[in-house]
Design a protein around this ligand. Structure first.
Ligand code: ZN
Length: 421
C-alpha cells in the first residue's frame, strides 16, 4: 500500500490530489480502515538534540529556507526558553513537499511539548505553544520470574514489558536482604505494585513502588512503603521492621557475579602462589558504579600497591570497608569525607594488580578481615516503626496485602520450612 501510494503521488505530482490518490489506492484492500493517514504530500524529519546543539543551529542545519528558521525562533520568544533545551530530547519537523514548515515539535519532557505551527494566512509567520501531553497514571501490578531465559532482574522485568528503572527500584528495596549479584536463582519470582504513567501508549515514568514481594531461595520477603509522621518514607516488612540495614548486601547495584569468594588460601591468578583472598571479587564492567555499603567516613581515597585506586571507609561498630582496583573516584570522595549508605564512591576498573575489570571488596572488623558475605547476617535487623505509629502502618500494609492477594500468615516462615520440598 505504501509503495502504491508513493508511486501514485509521484505520477500525479506533489500538488495535485496526492492524498486522495493514496486513499483510493488503499481502499480496495483496506475498506474497513478508512482512517489510515498517509499524509503523502509532506515529510517528517525526526531527531534528537545533540551535544553542543541549540535551537538556532538545529534549525539552521535543516536548511528550512525562506526565513522560516528565523520565523520559528521568533515565535517561541516568551513561550519557551531555548536555553532549556536538553541533549537527547526528541524533536520532529514536518515539511510540505514545497519546503513549507507545517509543524515543528520539541519534546520538553515526558509531560509537555513545544509545538510550532504556521500562523494561518500569514506566510512565513509561526505560532508557538507549550502543550501538555495527555499523561495517564494508573496503579499497576507487575509480576516476573527468574529462570534460564531471564536470569537477572533486568531480564525478568524486561520480559514482562517493564523498564530497567523498576528493576533498580525493586533491587534497592531489598538490597539489605538480597545480594542481586549472586543470590538470585531459577525459580525466584517477584510481584509489586506501583504507579505507571503513559502518554499516547508510550511509557513516561513510574511512581514509587508501594508494596513488593520477592520469593528468593524458598523464602518470601515483603516490603511495604510507609512514611512515619515527621520522617522520610521507607520500606518495612510485614511486622513493621525497617528494611534498611547496617550494611548493603553488595557495593555493586546489579548483574555482576562473585568471581572469587572470601577464603583464607587460594591460588593467586597473577602471582601464582597460594595466598589468602581476604575479600570478595565481583565481576563487573569497567565503569560500573560502586557504592558505600554503609554510612561512614572515608579514611583513604588514593593509590595503593596492588590495590590500585582504593577507597577505604570507616563505619560504626569498628568496621572498615575497602574497594580496590577502581578506575575513578566518585565526586567529593577524599580522605575525611562523610559518605552515606548507597552513595557513589567510585567506578569499577582494573588498576593495580588485576587481570581485568573487577571489584575487590573487603571488610574488616577491629582491623581483622572478615567475610563480607556472612558478616552482615550477624548484625541486628532494621529499626522498628515506633509503637505509636504501628496502627497507621498496619492500615497501609493491610491495604497493600489485599491488593496483592498475599497470605501474611506465610510470610514469616523460616526459609528451611518453605524450601524443604
Ligand atoms: Zn580480590
Amino acid at each position: 500500500m505504501c509503495l502504491k501510494a508513493a508511486a501514485c503521488a509521484a505520477l500525479l505530482g506533489a500538488t495535485l490530489g496526492a492524498a486522495a490518490c493514496a486513499r483510493s489506492a488503499a481502499e480496495p484492500h483496506h475498506a474497513s480502515r478508512p482512517d489510515i493517514d498517509l499524509v503523502p504530500d509532506s515529510q517528517m524529519t525526526p531527531g534528537h538534540v545533540r551535544p553542543g546543539e541549540n535551537l538556532g543551529s538545529l534549525l539552521g542545519a535543516l536548511n528550512l529556507g525562506g526565513g522560516q528558521a528565523e520565523g520559528v525562533l521568533a515565535s517561541i520568544q516568551g513561550v519557551f526558553d531555548p536555553r532549556r533545551m536538553r541533549v537527547g530530547q526528541a524533536w520532529r519537523l514536518r515539511r510540505a513537499d514545497d519546503g513549507a514548515v507545517r509543524l515543528f515539535e520539541y519534546e520538553i519532557d515526558g509531560r509537555s511539548v513545544l509545538r510550532v505551527l504556521p500562523r494561518p494566512g500569514d506566510a512565513g509567520e509561526f505560532v508557538a505553544v507549550v502543550a501538555p501531553y495527555d499523561v495517564r497514571t494508573t496503579a499497576v501490578e507487575v509480576e516476573g520470574r527468574i529462570d534460564e531465559r531471564t536470569p537477572s532482574l533486568f531480564a525478568a522485568m524486561s520480559a514482562v514489558g517493564e523498564q530497567p528503572d523498576l528493576s533498580l527500584a525493586l533491587a534497592d528495596i531489598f538490597s539489605g536482604e538480597v545480594d542481586f549479584n549472586s543470590d538470585l536463582q531459577t525459580g525466584d519470582s517477584f510481584r509489586l505494585v506501583t504507579d505507571k504513567s503513559m502518554r499516547d501508549g508510550r511509557f513516561v515514568g513510574y511512581g514509587p513502588v508501594t508494596a513488593a514481594a520477592l520469593m528468593n531461595d524458598g523464602r518470601r520477603l515483603l516490603a511495604f512503603r510507609f512514611q512515619p509522621a515527621g520522617g522520610k518514607p521507607g520500606y518495612y516488612d510485614a511486622e513493621g521492621r525497617s528494611l534498611t540495614r547496617f550494611f548493603l548486601r553488595s557495593p555493586l547495584k546489579f548483574d555482576p557475579q562473585v568471581s572469587s569468594a572470601f577464603s583464607r588460601g587460594r591460588m593467586h591468578p597473577i602471582l601464582h602462589i597460594r595466598r589468602a583472598h581476604l575479600g570478595v571479587d565481583y565481576r563487573a564492567q569497567a565503569g560500573a558504579p560502586v557504592v558505600a555499603v554503609a554510612t561512614g567516613t572515608v579514611v583513604l581515597a588514593g593509590w595503593t600497591t596492588g590495590g590500585g585506586r582504593t577507597v577505604r571507609i570507616r563505619h560504626a561498630r569498628g568496621y572498615e570497608s575497602g574497594y580496590l582496583h577502581l578506575s575513578a573516584f566518585g565526586p567529593g570522595i577524599h580522605s575525611g569525607a562523610r559518605v552515606g549508605q548507597g552513595q557513589l564512591i567510585g567506578r569499577v576498573g582494573a588498576t593495580g594488580l588485576a587481570t581485568g575489570p573487577h571489584l575487590h571488596f573487603e571488610l574488616r572488623k577491629a582491623g581483622v578481615h572478615v567475610n563480607p558475605q556472612t558478616e552482615r547476617k550477624k548484625l541486628p535487623p532494621g529499626e522498628p516503626i515506633p509503637a505509636g505509629q504501628l496502627q497507621a502502618f498496619r492500615t497501609v500494609r493491610d491495604g497493600a496485602v489485599k491488593e496483592l492477594g498475599f497470605d501474611l500468615t506465610a510470610s514469616s516462615q523460616p526459609p528451611q520450612t518453605v524450601g524443604a520440598n
